[in-house]
Write a protein that binds this ligand. Structure first.
Ligand code: SF4
Ligand code: SF4
Length: 441
């Protein structure tokens, strides 16, 4: 029997039907690049309105150690540094770049050449040996790389480990346990050798002696590709886990891979583990080996749309969602991310950001009416953190935030397994989120 985490978990329908091919989404003529695409201080603009920028140039610098710089995804002129409306309808400061026809054409040619030479290019197994840990961390920081699994924590910070912290294992999260999404699957299937090189660089950067690339058993092509890309001499292995949601949660993944359990509030390094996403490893390889900062990423466009429109795209940061090819289903509900942990989007002119894994477009289905709690305990059984979701939700609804804190609401992953399991269709997670936010000290 394959491993998984021990507590709770659910098996929602996978719906992973997008094509695994990565299509190059055309560069936008106008790119809106938010200054906050990461956890930590917003980046500080280093360009002014009217400035001419080239693709890949830094346009905002990291404001502190826990921050990330931002680069121009297209060449053009800075037309504004102002609030733009994000998918959730809220404003965020962004640098807006407009390209001329000539700039757009030149960028397009250079980008197509770049991607054409990535697949057949020779693998440089010695890359990590030529550079010091500090040099690799500097590359990662200067490239503005953040956790691409959705957490968006600056990656150089996570790899700035002290020897006394005793890092033992780097776990690469390739689980992609969210239904519908396939961007990591596509990346692992297409660029397995580059991901493995990125893993070596990260091991060196963090002084971590071994690594495990972990994925679920619903990705046999990706598993085979990664298996073939790993050299027997490398301290890197592949672990295939039993598919169960939310396996990609940091605590769940560490337990599934190592058998070690994280205490409430503890960091992964307390059990010797460091966790990064496989797409982050790819971005690290790109930054170090090709000098390309984080200006594009793979995203999945999927959901209740025609089969030929369910695709994975290499998309420039700042591309409006409305520029992708899809036919909106009737009474569509658009979700940035997957249906379990993603957030409803009300503005599809908002841009793709570093943390965007996909856009899931679901046809409006009449929701079942919310009914009274029947105390069945299904939400408790589903919770991977061993919490009592019905109780936390009641605390949120009744504004009993001290009680919520005492009941460990801070441990909630916001995975939505409780809401998904509830036969009374109670919006458990909505109220738990309120309790979590309001009970923070
Ligand atoms: S959303 Fe929170 S409370 Fe609900 S199952 Fe996930 S971790 Fe448990
Ligand atoms: S799953 Fe729903 S009905 Fe069952 S105990 Fe939890 S909140 Fe109540």
């Amino acid at each position: 029997m394959r491993h998984s985490f021990s507590k709770g978990g659910i098996h929602p329908p996978q719906n992973k039907t997008a094509s695994r091919t990565i299509h190059l989404q055309p560069l936008p003529m106008t790119a809106c690049v938010p200054l906050t695409q990461h956890i930590g201080s917003p980046a500080i603009p280093v360009v002014e309105r009217g400035a001419t920028v080239s693709r890949g140039m830094m346009i905002a610098r990291d404001a502190s150690f826990v921050s990330a710089s931002v680069h121009a995804p297209i060449s053009g002129t800075v037309s504004a540094i102002d609030n733009v409306i994000m998918p959730n309808g809220k404003p965020a400061q962004a640098i807006v770049i407009k390209a001329s026809e000539e700039q757009h054409a030149a960028d397009t040619i250079a980008r197509e050449r770049y991607w054409a030479q990535i697949i057949p290019g020779d693998t440089d197994r010695e890359l990590s040996e030529k550079l010091s840990s500090e040099e690799i961390r500097r590359y990662i920081s200067q490239a503005g790389i953040v956790g691409l699994g959705g957490a968006t924590f600056p990656s150089h910070v996570k790899l700035s480990l002290k020897p006394e912290q005793k890092p033992e294992i780097l776990i690469l999260n390739g689980c992609e346990c969210e239904p519908y999404l396939m961007c990591d699957d596509a990346l692992m299937s297409t660029y397995p050798a580059r991901i493995v090189e990125g893993v070596e660089l990260m091991m060196k950067a963090g002084g971590i002696p071994k690594a495990v690339i972990a994925m679920e058993d619903n990705k046999p092509e990706a598993a085979e590709a990664i298996r073939r890309a790993i050299d027997p001499g490398q301290n890197i292995s592949l672990t295939v886990l039993r598919t169960k949601y939310p396996q990609g949660g940091e605590k769940q993944l560490i337990e599934a891979v190592t058998g070690r359990r994280l205490a409430s509030g503890a960091l992964p390094i307390s059990v010797g583990a460091v966790v990064h996403n496989v797409a982050t490893a790819f971005a690290v390889w790109q930054a170090v080996a090709t000098g390309l900062p984080l200006i594009e990423r793979v995203i999945t466009i999927t959901g209740d749309i025609p089969a030929e429109q369910r695709r994975n795209y290499m998309a420039a940061i700042g591309t409006p969602f409305s520029e992708f090819q899809f036919t909106l289903p009737a009474e569509a509900r658009a979700i940035v991310g997957g249906p379990m942990m993603g957030r409803t989007a009300v503005n599809l002119d908002a841009p793709v950001t570093k943390g965007t894994s996909g856009l899931t477009l679901l046809a409006g289905k009449s929701r079942r009416p919310v009914q009274a709690c029947i105390r069945c305990g299904a939400c408790v059984d589903a919770c991977p953190m061993g919490l009592e979701p019905y109780l936390l939700s009641a605390y949120g609804r009744l504004r009993l935030f001290d009680e919520a804190r005492q009941a460990d609401v801070a441990d909630c992953l916001e995975c939505g397994a409780c809401s998904w399991s509830c036969p009374s269709s109670r919006p458990l997670l909505d109220y738990i989120r309120i309790a979590k936010q309001r009970s923070r000290k």
